[in-house]
Write a protein that binds this ligand. Structure first.
Ligand code: ADP
Ligand code: MG
Length: 260
């Protein structure tokens, strides 16, 4: 199972929107996908229509109580897409984990012990660089970083990269950045274009060619408990996520090789 953490310690940059819609697009191509909700807000779970009652066992239990991943996973309405849901309990985990053994490796160990039921796992991280995000970075093969096209887009990125370096040095030497995705792109706004050009100049090839436009359908879909890709697959946002998923797949190690 290939594991990709969707991470950026800034809030509201499109992590959850990207995690939901990339998961859906990957599932549509035939991959068996597990979306791991590691944000106490549980937006990825809610956005996929998972009710509170369906979250009896959650990512909190997997991290803190050593519950098995397969016992906590919930099926979504999207074929081949399962979710490991989050509850508000997870906000306490950040503190509870500090005292625990192997506090940075809890998710890694849980995923290693999970049955080979999925080809790809996407981990939706909270907006911080605390122990939850560290667990995701230790467990992951690579990071996908959504970056909002705004003036301060690159600010904060150095902090993220420093954390990645620390994780590499101490725990996970092969952690890579599979790509940076520019989100909330507004063609009518000059600043957006400038920011996108600057980001590409600084980061180069790691930035995906596809940009995700600002599109109201993307923000409406979660309130219907549906990925935008299903709520309105024709909208510009959905089409962009399909193109982004295609680029992502091209950067993935071949799933069969990984399984072998
Ligand atoms: P994060 O998980 O990084 O906090 P979200 O994916 O939850 O960010 O996005 C923050 C808010 O912006 C949400 O209300 C979401 O619906 C909205 N949003 C995300 N991406 C877009 C976009 N491309 N166009 C319009 N709204 C978006
Ligand atoms: Mg989020």
């Amino acid at each position: 199972m290939i594991r990709i953490a969707v991470a950026n310690q800034k809030g509201g940059v499109g992590k959850t929107t990207s995690a939901i819609n990339l998961s859906t697009a990957l599932a549509a191509t035939g991959k068996r996908v597990l979306l791991i909700d590691l944000d106490p807000q549980g937006n990825a779970s809610t956005g996929l229509g998972i009710t509170q009652a369906q979250r009896e066992t959650s990512s909190y239990d997997v991290l803190v109580n050593q519950a098995a991943v397969e016992d906590a996973v919930v099926r979504t309405g999207v074929p081949r897409l399962d979710v490991l849901p989050a509850t508000v309990d997870l906000s306490g985990a950040e503190i509870e984990l500090v005292e625990m053994e192997q506090r940075t490796h809890r998710l890694h160990r849980a995923l290693d012990a999970a049955p080979p039921r999925w080809d790809v796992a996407l981990i939706d991280c909270p907006p911080s660089l605390g122990l939850l995000t560290m667990n995701a970075m230790v467990a992951a093969d690579s990071l996908l970083v959504p970056l909002q096209c705004e003036f301060f887009a690159l600010e904060g990125l150095s902090q993220l990269l420093t954390t990645v370096e620390r994780i590499r040095a101490r725990f996970n030497p092969s952690l890579s950045i599979i790509g940076v995705a520019l989100t909330m792109y507004d063609r009518r706004n000059r600043l957006t274009e400038q920011v996108s050009a600057d980001v590409r100049a600084v980061l180069g090839q790691v930035v995906f060619d596809t940009v995700i436009p600002r599109n109201v359908r993307l923000s409406e879909a979660p309130s219907h408990g549906l990925p935008a890709l299903i709520y309105d697959h024709r909208c510009s946002g959905s089409q962009a996520y399909i193109a982004l998923a295609r680029e992502l797949i091209a950067r993935l190690p071949h799933v069969d090789e990984v399984a072998a």
